[in-house]
Design a protein. Structure first.
Length: 159
């Protein structure tokens, strides 16, 4: 089979799969919103990730000193098991750190997402208010490259 034939078949199969997808797979959201962000839910998940981070940081290391002591003792007594136990402890601590870092990243990202979404909402609300106000004002268009409109100065003293 040539490349062109195989490519044609793959495109046909992909198109058939796309034709079977509903136009709105998720259904419509309340109020026709594109994105729904429930701050309370995000806060609960972020808080749970933070608590898990704190718990793992302490509980994941509770056997570290005893394990290291046992590994050293076994190694001093001439057992190869001491080096293997030390290697296992090192692997455990590495994996624990990955998990702790992931929890911190989840918590931080959710905090950032909530803050960012609120800022976006505030910006959009302000833009909508400005656009509504602008309908009633007659501001001349910008005359220079600065982008700011030319506003004539008042004659006489301004108090």
């Amino acid at each position: 089979m040539s490349f062109d034939q195989e490519w044609s078949e793959l495109k046909t199969k992909a198109q058939m799969r796309l034709d079977g997808v509903p136009a709105d797979p998720g259904g419509t959201s309340p109020g026709g919103a594109d994105q729904i962000l429930r701050y309370d839910d995000m806060g609960k998940i972020g808080h749970a990730a933070f608590l898990l981070h704190q718990h793992l940081s302490s509980a994941g290391k509770h056997a570290q000193t005893h394990t290291e002591a046992a590994a050293k003792s076994l190694d001093n007594d001439g057992f190869n098991m001491g080096a293997a136990l030390a290697k296992a402890e090192e692997g455990w601590q590495g994996q624990l750190q990955v998990l702790v870092d992931a929890c911190a990243q989840i918590s931080d990202h959710l905090d950032y997402s909530v803050t960012s979404s609120r800022q976006d909402d505030d910006f959009i609300a302000a833009q909508l208010q400005v656009s509504t106000i602008s309908e009633y004002l007659k501001v001349p268009p910008p005359t220079s490259d600065s982008g700011s409109p030319h506003v004539p100065k008042a004659d006489g003293p301004v108090m």
